[in-house]
Design a protein around this ligand. Structure first.
Ligand SMILES: Cc1cc2nc3c(=O)[nH]c(=O)nc-3n(C[C@H](O)[C@H](O)[C@H](O)COP(=O)(O)OP(=O)(O)OC[C@H]3O[C@@H](n4cnc5c(N)ncnc54)[C@H](O)[C@@H]3O)c2cc1C
Length: 385
């Protein structure tokens, strides 16, 4: 018999959707190639907005996650500035009346919390199962499965949250290579970070320092050649170059570990719905990390889809009308998130000197105008709708 909802991928986005549907009278099944207790992306932390925290609070996940040693680091201030140019912007949680502007959360800890919560629900978790194809007819969606002893499963609605979206019939992805790579590393500190995140625009590309436990997580956007050189520099020289980029704004860099780099691309699914199928999270859009919007946008995909499913009678799940409501509801936030991030890359993610003045003016104006600053901060915190 067909399931009501089949979710492909139990990463942070797919698992959030499953949890948001868990209390409803619905037959929900989730497939993921992971083994129980494994995570797909052990190497990273996620930048969570205040809005994302609210979602996890509603799901009852936040208190346990926040109490887990080293899982959550609050960002209370964000300092944005540019090297060799005027203009700076400081965003502060107190100005917004919030405990924090956002959080750096361990992917592993978040995944463990979601998996743990799902264990206590009626949601059927099929680990060790890889979806190879997802296709829909007017009657139902069919997911071709490899592993876990079954060849296919049927559902009224299939949701693809596999981080790549590669298995869906009829949906392709456009890919824009920014020609840049993100060099990431852990930076040990001789001065505590005090919850301050730094975003510094330099002629060599933007540098972000995010407070994480007792150190900073560095994301340094570079050309592939410069990133390769920096990756191989002796520690002391690497730290000296980082300090030079921050000038007098932030110092106390005492050590560097775990240097890695990955290419920066914008990948967007040409459609987020197909017959009986919805695509969410990184499968729908993978963004440049410059504004920390990617995961938050994906999480809103999951939360909003759950609300649409819960408001739809079972017989109409996965039907054209339900999918159209979902697509229309997500369209503005999604397009704005993609455009906002892409616009920031164009304005800040390169070394064209003639952009220095408009950049500085933008930062100075935002900082000087409480209303605009508040609107900007709210967009960063809750998304653009
Ligand atoms: C290189 C890189 C670095 C990043 N760094 C950061 C960062 O520092 N901070 C940040 O906030 N964001 C970062 N992001 C973005 C962040 O990883 C995503 O926003 C987030 O992981 C999206 O969650 P998701 O659940 O959509 O996808 P994923 O986290 O990719 O999860 C997908 C899930 O689907 C499963 N799956 C995969 N294939 C199949 C299949 N065929 N069938 C069934 N299940 C499948 C996987 O096992 C996994 O559990 C980064 C992204 C990339 C590519």
């Amino acid at each position: 018999m067909a399931h009501d909802v089949a979710i492909v991928g139990a990463g942070p986005v797919g698992a959030t959707l499953a949890l948001a549907l868990a209390d409803a009278d619905l037959d929900v099944v989730v497939v993921d190639p992971r083994a129980p207790g494994e995570v797909a992306r052990a190497d990273r932390s996620l930048a969570l907005s205040h809005g994302a925290r609210l979602v996890f609070e509603r799901l009852g996940l936040w208190p346990g996650l926040a109490a887990t040693e080293g899982a959550v680091t609050p960002i209370v201030t964000i300092d944005v500035s540019q090297a060799r140019g005027f203009g700076a912007l400081t965003l502060d949680a107190r100005e917004q009346g919030l405990p924090a502007l956002g959080y750096v959360v361990s992917y592993r800890a978040l995944q463990a919390a979601l998996d743990g919560a799902l264990r206590n629900t009626r949601v059927e978790m099929r680990y060790g199962a890889t979806a190879r194809s997802v296709a829909g007819t007017t009657a139902e969606a069919t997911i071709g499965i490899e592993g876990a002893g079954e060849e296919s499963l049927q559902a009224r609605l299939a949701v693809v949250a596999d981080g790549a979206g590669s298995s869906v019939a009829g949906i392709t992805r456009t890919r824009r290579d920014y020609g840049q790579v993100a060099l990431v590393a852990a930076i040990a500190l001789s001065l505590p970070h005090a919850g301050v995140a730094w975003e510094r625009f330099t002629p060599d590309g933007p540098v972000a320092l995010l407070p994480e436990r007792d150190h900073y997580a560095l994301v340094w956007t570079q050309t592939p050649e410069r990133a390769a050189r920096l990756r191989d520099l002796p520690d002391a020289q690497f730290l000296a170059e980082l300090a030079a980029h921050f000038g007098s704004r932030r110092g106390g860099f005492a050590g560097v570990a775990d240097r890695r780099s990955f290419p920066l691309v914008l990948e967007v699914a040409t459609a987020t719905t197909a017959t009986r199928v919805a695509v969410i999270g990184n499968a729908a859009q993978a963004l440049h990390p410059i504004a920390g919007q990617g995961f938050n946008l994906g999480l809103r995909d999951a939360w909003e889809l759950a609300q649409t499913v819960l408001a739809t009678p079972r017989g109409e799940l996965g039907g054209a009308a339900m999918l159209e409501r979902h697509r229309r509801g997500r369209s503005l936030d999604r397009r704005a998130g993609i455009a906002f991030t892409h616009g920031l890359v164009q304005l800040f993610g390169n070394d064209r000197p003639w952009l220095s003045a408009p950049r500085g003016l933008g930062l100075a104006l935002l900082d000087a105008m409480p209303f605009a600053k508040r609107a900007f901060t709210r967009a960063m915190l809750f998304g653009l709708r």
